[in-house]
Design a protein around this ligand. Structure first.
Ligand code: TNX
Length: 626
């Protein structure tokens, strides 16, 4: 009885295991980066592999370290049952280094900040790193682990030396236009940490919602976190003029935020909170109209997108309230930076205001841009007095830059260049550089509603944060790079994931990998497919790229050979020749195909990629004509 069951089982299993093994070894052999994203500074590949089994000992010299804790928790959750030994307390004669993973913080010598060394031989794995360095060594090791059998993994032999190109590697998330709960924010932080992105810019306030509890001013959330309805479709350029008539609300309590901060810190992610001022403040003004230059007006929390003319008025009351708010924010967030916004502040309300006019003459301020600088300067002084630094969008350059401010350059590179030339630190985040992840990922009409723009994966990947206009000294002020996720049109967490993945991985490589170590073909075709398959298997949504070789195009000639590779490991490609959009009921692409087109004839070869979990790419169309 037993044998009759086992024979078919056995027959099926062996080829699958061999196939998986071959698939793994063939990519591993040809991929100089061993599948790691972002690509490390240096990888020396060895021969063979280390086999992690339930008997493998995990040897640690700093058991209470958070990176070590992260790894042991990871192993547990992933079904590994290894013993963890503290080498300080266990008798060295009682264990062997053979079949062990050593995680060492107390090694001799230096490593660059956030750097690590990782060595894998057939007998032993060693990671050396301190702080974030150890954490990143562990992330690389996790990415190198291959296996389908719970408790077992193969890790290719190699020596890796690694450290980041930039100290600031950031991802932003706008939770004001649409709100996502803390469970999702934590998942988002997990994604950042896995790809060595160390900064999370949390855009907490905007015209359409105030999302952080401020104890001294409860109406900010009682009133400011709620809007009566939301515009349907694109706000400008007009898909629609109607509203959904559905109340929308959400905010985080300070306790929830403290919990997220701890969670992020355990993963070496600093959080930069953003409190927008003086523009993008309609939600705050609705809660406290005295913050505006015209308190007699009736305000409502924003229901559509764009730039509001209702902005904070630079009165003493406003500054008192902002100082109080910022103080609560600084008591909550321990990091060095507080982002104070500063973007898109129309000056109409200030121009109309008697108060602003007399303030400007009293302070010898020439124009409204100068008033904006004066505003930001006052806020900076307060933030500095609490031992913190401000970051602002590049508009804070207009009318004079606050003395210690770091600038986020979003309107191209020019704000960043100007600020670096003035000796200010800069974070590059230009929409034109493919760093606006609310922009469309392809030109296909099958893309979901977005704000527009065009930021395909290769554009993000190609971005260089150091503009050639800067000399070496000025370039040091470019402390890093960030991508922004504005969420006017991103109503769900699945759509955030769609917007972010896989572009986040390209950003990771922009921020971490040395410029001369970047290679888009290696990244997208040799490494990415496995990462996407992992996401697919773990219930994270992402944009499924169309198969390599299947991108929309028109080819002329009489004879063609079409060769495709799925962009997600294990995914299937289906095609049609009849003009219809392919689906899983159509023919499956199994290997290179030959086409002969008669004179004056044409043929549409349409494909779709469908992943193991059922995620679908756009339908692509190759037109062959003769
Ligand atoms: C500009 S980038 C904005 C945001 C919008 C975004 C949409 C920046 C500092 N301000 O308020 O959401 O464009 O792409």
């Amino acid at each position: 009885m037993n044998t009759t069951i086992q024979i078919p089982n056995y027959k099926f299993r062996i080829p699958i295991i061999i196939l998986l093994f071959l698939a793994f070894t063939s990519t591993a052999q040809s991929d100089p980066n061993l599948g790691i994203i972002p690509a490390p500074v240096s990888v020396n590949k060895g021969k063979g592999e280390f086999r992690l089994t339930p008997e493998t000992l995990i040897l640690v010299d700093s058991p209470s370290n958070k990176a070590i804790h992260f790894f042991t928790e990871y192993l547990k959750k992933a079904g590994y049952i290894n013993t963890v030994l503290d080498v300080n307390t266990v008798d060295k004669k009682k264990y062997s280094l053979k079949n062990s993973i050593t995680l060492s913080l107390n090694f001799k010598g230096d490593l660059p900040a956030e750097g690590y060394r990782l060595s894998v031989t057939e007998n032993q794995v060693i990671i050396e790193g301190r702080g974030a360095g150890m954490f990143y060594g562990i992330q690389s090791l996790i990415q190198m682990m291959h296996g389908t059998n719970p408790g077992y993994a193969a890790i290719p032999c190699a020596t890796i030396k690694d450290y980041p190109r930039f100290s600031y590697r950031g991802m932003h998330l706008d939770v004001a236009r649409h709100f996502y709960d803390t469970a999702f924010v934590k998942k988002y932080i997990d994604m950042l940490a896995a790809y060595k992105i160390n900064s999370f810019h949390w855009h907490l306030t905007d015209d359409q919602g105030w999302r952080i509890e401020i104890r001294k001013y409860p109406k900010l959330t009682e009133v400011g976190s709620k809007r009566a309805q939301t515009k349907i479709g694109r706000a400008t350029g007009g898909d629609s003029t109607s509203y959904d008539n559905m109340p929308y609300e959400g905010f985080y309590t300070q306790d929830q935020i403290a919990d997220v901060i701890r969670y992020a810190s355990d993963r070496y992610v600093q959080i930069i909170p953003e409190i927008e001022m003086p523009g993008h403040s309609l939600a705050a003004i609705t809660a406290y109209p005295e913050l505006s230059c015209d308190p007699s007006k009736t305000y409502k929390v924003g229901e559509t997108w764009g730039v509001s003319n209702d902005v904070l008025c630079p009165t003493n009351e406003t500054f008192k309230m902002l100082d109080d708010i910022l103080l609560e924010v600084m008591e909550l967030f321990p990091g060095k930076y507080i982002h104070i916004g500063g973007d898109e502040c129309p000056k109409i309300a200030w121009k109309k205001s008697e108060f602003c006019r007399s303030l400007m003459s009293e302070q010898n301020i020439n124009d409204e841009n100068g008033l904006q600088s004066w505003f930001i300067g006052k806020i900076e002084k307060y933030v500095n007095s609490q031992g913190r630094n401000i970051i602002g969008w590049d508009e804070i350059l207009e009318g004079g830059l606050a003395p210690n401010a770091t600038v986020m350059s979003w309107r191209g590179d020019k704000g960043g260049i100007a600020a670096a030339q003035l000796g200010h630190d800069v974070i590059m985040t230009p929409g034109s550089g493919g760093l606006y992840f609310d922009h469309a990922q392809s030109k296909s009409p099958q893309e979901p509603l977005s704000i527009g723009g065009y930021a395909p994966l290769e554009k993000t990947y190609a971005y260089n944060p150091v503009p050639s206009a800067l000399n070496a000294e000025q370039a040091k002020h470019v402390i890093g790079v960030q991508a922004n996720v504005w969420t006017e049109y991103i109503t769900t967490t699945a759509k955030v994931e769609y917007a972010v993945l896989p572009r986040l991985m390209a950003l990771a490589e922009v921020g971490w990998t040395p410029a001369n170590g970047k290679d888009f073909t290696n990244f997208s075709q040799q490494r990415l497919p496995r990462h996407l398959a992992r996401l697919d298997a773990t219930g994270t949504n992402f944009r499924v790229p169309v198969a390599y070789g299947a991108e929309d195009t028109t080819l002329s000639g009489s004879h063609f050979t079409i060769k495709l590779t799925p962009a997600v490991e294990g995914a299937k490609i289906y095609y049609t020749l009849d003009g219809y959009a392919p689906r899983e009921t159509d023919q499956e692409y199994k290997g290179p195909m030959e086409f002969t087109i008669p004179e004056h004839g044409s043929l549409h070869f349409k494909t779709i990629t469908i992943t193991a979990a059922g995620r679908r790419s756009n339908v692509s169309d190759i037109k062959m004509e003769n």
